[in-house]
Design a protein around this ligand. Structure first.
Ligand code: URA
Length: 270
């Protein structure tokens, strides 16, 4: 049945809901658009925000105007943050990584910043992008159950991703995007100074362990890793999204979780 009248608001919203339920989360047009050729949005040229008293120093103050996509600048900006709030503030204003312009918002961290256990995932997905928190979608729900199975929860861990903005269409972040975001991850780890780290999935493992090996080979093997200037024992395990697609792999993940819990107990961390 076709209708000639325009749709009303309620009908438009229900069409959008239907798209969302069907997994459509990006608007596209008939002709391809080369977004790399476009100028950054106006936000990229905003002057620096006034320092907020509670957010610590963000010195040296970045120059007015856009911040470029230069890894050494990213390193300098990250190093300037003396607290997690300051680091979040720096990232909110950082325009060097193109992922920011296609994401809804920054996904900085979740959990307890005082925790001595840090989990590092890959990148925010659609739900994380909507809520501004890591691991709040389906894989996040599984992650919560995995943590609960070894007596942990978001009050006892701090959760971050290798990149803090959602890659369009949930693609894997490119090496360039990773390189630009890595100084911020390194700084986040330095500021939290965890006593144990668990990486979730291949890309996070490769970034943290500085390897091109695959996750299937590496999972379950502890190593001391240097993340920024902080050295910490780290355990790579499988990503919850992979476990959702491959339930039999939960056996391996369970072994990793038990090994992780054992270290937590040895160090008296939770
Ligand atoms: N997958 C990730 O790696 N990180 C998230 O925050 C969500 C899903």
């Amino acid at each position: 049945m076709s209708q000639d009248r325009p749709l009303n608001n309620a009908e438009l919203l229900s069409v959008l809901d239907w798209y969302r339920a069907a997994g459509v989360d990006m608007a596209v047009v008939d002709e391809p658009v080369d977004r790399f050729a476009q100028k950054p949005p106006a936000a990229a040229t905003l002057p620096p925000r006034a320092a907020q008293p509670s957010q610590g120093a963000v010195s040296p103050s970045p120059a007015p105007g856009p911040i470029g996509g230069d890894p050494s600048e990213a390193r300098q900006l990250a190093a300037s943050a003396q607290s997690l709030d300051a680091l979040r503030n720096v990232l909110e204003r950082y325009d060097g990584c193109g992922l920011k312009f296609r994401a809804t918002q920054l996904v900085f961290a979740d959990g307890n910043p005082e925790a001595k256990i840090m989990l590092i995932g890959e990148a925010p997905g659609a739900e994380e992008d909507r809520q501004g928190k890591p691991f709040v979608g389906r894989s996040g729900q599984l992650l919560d159950r995995m943590l609960a199975a070894i007596g942990l929860d978001r009050t006892s861990v701090y959760i971050v991703n290798t990149v803090p903005w959602r890659p369009p269409g949930n693609r894997t972040p490119t090496p360039e995007e990773m390189e630009l975001c890595l100084p911020f991850l390194n700084r986040q780890v330095e500021l939290v100074a965890p006593k144990l780290v668990m990486t979730l999935g291949g890309p996070a493992m490769q970034t943290v362990f500085k390897t091109t090996s695959g996750i299937i080979k590496m999972r379950g093997k502890w190593q001391d890793v240097a993340i920024g200037n902080h050295t910490v024992p780290a355990l790579p395990t499988l990503h919850p999204a992979y476990l959702l697609r491959n339930p039999p792999a939960k056996q391996q993940a369970w072994r990793d979780l038990l090994s992780f819990r054992q270290r937590v107990d040895e160090l008296g961390l939770a």
